[in-house]
Design a protein around this ligand. Structure first.
Ligand code: TXA
Ligand code: MG
Length: 381
């Protein structure tokens, strides 16, 4: 029997009834359904079925103390479980749902237990992907869904990534049982939702994501704390773990670094690159990319050793950062697939538009904060 059943959806606005029925039946009988949202693919289970939620933890290899986000079709569906949202939370919900925003609210006792990891709060969100919304509307139950990657890996932004991680889980001895994967192509935003704690005190951004901090501040009508505040941050268990990391090591530089500084840092990886004859992945805006490729080609004169694979994203504008966000996890996964010796990536400027914060956050975690331009000595690929 197939361990996973992949159902392809060509037009996510018109999901064939047979596909929806299969997914709904799987969720209602305690199974797992991987589905696209506008941010990343989620691995879903009935949030009111604790055993089904446990299966999510097993398949992902997720630490048991890291709670799950629960997805609903609308604000009123959320409130039918959580009770009325507080005024500032309601303002965010009305302006930004459906969309890449997750609210952490008090959890009604005895509800959504399998998603809560023992906390008395719960994270809720209404995604805006048409397939996700149709699924949530038809199943008529809250659906717990973390990103559908193996814990620690980059989140999946296409169904192939989900399938690859499921196969890895199985290879490592996890019993997948039966999982339905709904394949509706590439996710639009590419980084996960912004998580805002509205459960008590000032609103606190626990995770940067698809909704910019400025947007939240403008709507909140009250104080908003950034995620830099470590004591509040501890309240979001997921932020404690190593995250988003490919196998390939990542080296960063800042958007504001001069070309000379970045080029001087290439020595840290070029020796290993030439020796290993493996590709080097570079992620940068076009002008910087051109220069770096020129410099790297000069280091490897006509020997055919290694090669540079360039992905263009970033810069200081909204569009460059949106492209970066949409493709970042895919590029990191591509680096692994290519067997690259390293990823060299430009860290966008914090002023680089709505997605800059989220891209910076993911890159800093994925790289462990390793900089090509850092002054420490002795670091190697
Ligand atoms: O865009 C997204 O949010 C995707 C899609 C599938 O909806 N989901 C997602 O889920 O990114 P996950 O599990 O990968 O990340 C959920 C984050 C974690 O950092 C977790 O610790 C935090 O939300 N979280 C969940 N419940 C929480 C709670 N009650 N209090 C604080 N943080 C919570
Ligand atoms: Mg995740």
């Amino acid at each position: 029997m197939a361990r996973f059943e992949v159902l392809k959806v060509v037009d996510p606005s018109h999901v064939p009834p047979s596909v929806l029925e299969r997914a709904v039946e799987t969720l209602r009988t305690g199974g797992l359904v991987a589905f696209p949202t506008e941010t990343v693919y989620g691995l879903g289970a009935d949030a009111e079925n604790p055993e089904a939620c446990v299966r999510i933890y097993e398949v992902k290899g997720r630490p048991a103390d890291n709670p799950l986000i629960v997805h609903f079709e609308s604000r009123s569906a959320v409130e039918s479980v959580t009770g009325p949202l507080a005024a500032s939370a309601a303002r965010l919900a009305d302006a930004l749902w459906p969309g890449p925003l997750t609210l952490v609210v008090p959890r009604p006792s005895g509800r959504l237990v399998g998603a809560a990891a023992g906390l008395d709060t719960v994270a809720v969100r209404v995604p805006r992907h048409p397939l996700a919304l149709q699924l949530l509307t038809c199943v008529r139950r809250p659906v717990a869904a973390p990103s559908a990657n193996r814990s620690g890996r980059p989140s999946p932004t296409r169904a192939e990534d989900v399938i690859r991680d499921l196969m890895d889980a199985e290879r490592q001895g996890t019993d997948l049982g039966h999982v339905v994967v709904l394949d509706a192509g590439t996710c639009e935003v590419g980084v996960e939702s912004t998580v805002v704690d509205v459960s008590d005190g000032p609103l606190t951004i626990l995770r940067y994501g698809g909704t910019a901090e400025d947007t939240i501040r403008a709507l909140a009508g009250s104080d908003v704390e950034g995620s830099a505040d470590a004591s509040r941050r501890r309240r979001s268990p997921g932020t404690r773990y190593r995250h988003y990391a490919p196998e390939t090591p990542i080296w960063l530089w800042n958007e504001s670094d001069q070309d000379d500084t970045v080029e001087a840092g290439l020595g840290r990886v070029s020796g290993a690159w030439l020796e290993a004859e493996r590709p080097l992945v570079v992620i940068a805006p076009p002008a910087r990319m051109e220069r770096l490729i020129r410099v790297l080609s000069a280091v490897a004169p006509r020997r055919g050793v290694g090669r540079v694979v360039g992905f263009g994203g970033g810069g200081r504008d909204d569009q460059g950062c949106a492209t970066y966000a949409r493709n970042l996890f895919h590029w990191l996964r591509e680096a692994d697939r290519l067997g690259a010796i390293a990823v060299l990536a430009e860290l966008p400027d914090p002023a680089g538009g709505g997605y800059a914060e989220a891209v910076r956050d993911r890159l800093l975690r994925a790289s462990g904060g390793r900089f090509l331009t850092a002054s420490e000595r002795g670091a190697t690929v």
